[in-house]
Design a protein around this ligand. Structure first.
Ligand code: FAD
Length: 356
């Protein structure tokens, strides 16, 4: 701790929290609180299932990219307007708090354990002849894309409760994606659900009574927001009813709070929840905290501009992707060149000051 420096506590070491910590560590005494000792590029998680060695670059310890910030490996349990308390009872006081708990976390605590987990999952994928994917959103679709690309002989089935794939994008993207899956002999079942507990032998039964043969399944439906700890905190009133996001102003501060910010999926910003936007939030939050450190009464804080039109690139394995961009919707190898090969891992590593 350097005397006189402001204390910034960042809760959550995902996309928004890791970058916020990195951007602020030279300007303040930063403490990152995360239940695991690593940050993982989430976009690469599905590639790691088919190519576990990929995780060597996509999973990085917080200490590898944070040179000055302190890392507390624990879960934030409760927060007041001056400090947070972790699950282990550690009290971490702050001048500025940044809440980046876009999803809750229950996985392994250390990087080697996480990488090992990918190798184990991969051996199950390799051994399976048939794979059931529950969910037709970006995660389910990318998962199926990776599976059929690297293991074209395996039977892949997707079951989705929606009437089309990728509902966060327009129907053009859904149609192109479905056509590609059909060409790869992937079965896609719409408007139905499967309960994993319905499995008997290697047969799953959907709610509509359809039987699906699969050796393994992957659950790709939604993520739980990491907001339960906030509900027990002084910030309870900021948690929106229903979806449970945090209400932020244009400067990404909790409404009417001068020193508490939020970034990433936890915010109530009206735009799709995406990692590249979480990174933009991190940039705005870091800029504003730097301004407030210099001048606590500053009225020239940076405003965040939400992305009003949904854009996205969804990978279908290594060489194909479907992209919805401002000038059109495409499927093919060109959009895949933007994301497919490296899944943005090199770019994220560079942002964090690590070799690509
Ligand atoms: C498989 C997959 C693929 C994706 N692909 C893309 C893509 O291609 N492009 C894209 O833009 N987006 C993609 N996304 C979405 C993107 O990953 C999220 O939008 C992004 O991770 C949100 O960042 P975040 O920092 O808000 O939350 P997260 O990255 O989810 O991080 C939340 C962090 O909070 C921590 N945490 C939770 N509770 C607590 C607590 N109480 N105390 C301390 N720490 C806590 C967790 O451990 C975690 O580290 C993908 C998501 C998934 C799952």
């Amino acid at each position: 701790m350097e005397e006189g420096r402001k204390r910034v506590v960042v809760v959550g070491g995902g996309v928004a929290g890791s970058l916020t910590s990195k951007l602020l560590e030279n300007a303040a005494d930063v403490t990152l609180v995360d239940p695991k000792d690593y940050f993982e590029v989430p976009y690469a998680a599905l590639r790691c299932l088919v190519e576990p060695a990929f995780s060597e670059r996509s999973v990085m310890t917080h200490s590898s990219y944070l040179k000055k910030a302190k890392v507390v490996i624990s879960t934030a349990k409760i927060a007041s307007s001056t400090q947070i308390i972790t699950d282990d009872g550690e009290i971490v006081p702050y001048d500025f708090l940044v809440i980046c708990t876009g999803s809750s976390y229950t996985g392994p605590k250390t990087r080697p354990e996480r990488i090992q987990e990918y190798w184990k999952a991969n051996s199950k994928v390799v051994a399976a002849r048939s794979i059931l994917i529950m969910g037709g959103g970006p995660v389910g679709v990318e998962m199926a894309g990776e599976m059929v690309t690297d293991f074209p002989d395996k039977k892949v089935t997707i079951v989705t409760a929606s009437s089309r794939l990728l509902t966060f994008l327009g129907s053009k993207a859904s149609d192109k994606c479905l056509k590609w899956f059909k060409s790869k002999k992937v079965d896609v079942i719409f408007n139905d659900k499967v309960n994993p507990d319905s499995k008997s032998g290697s047969t799953y039964t959907t709610n509509a009574g359809m039987k699906i043969e699969a050796d393994i399944h992957f659950w790709c439906i939604g993520k739980r927001l990491g907001n339960t700890w906030i509900e027990e905190s002084d910030f309870f009133e900021y948690v929106r009813d229903g979806e449970g996001h945090l209400k932020v102003d244009a400067n990404l501060r909790l409404l009417n709070m001068s020193n508490v910010f939020a970034a990433g999926d936890i915010t109530d910003i009206q735009e799709i929840k995406q990692g590249y936007l979480a990174g933009k939030h991190a940039g705005v939050v870091a800029e504003n905290i730097k301004k407030l450190i210099k001048d606590p009464t500053s009225t020239k804080l940076t405003c965040y501009e939400p992305m009003v039109k949904a854009m996205g690139i969804v990978n279908l394995g290594r060489k194909t992707a479907v992209a919805q961009l401002p000038f059109g919707t495409f499927l093919g190898c060109l959009p895949a060149m933007l994301k497919g090969k490296d899944l943005f891992v090199g770019g994220v590593r560079k942002q964090l000051g690590l070799p690509k």
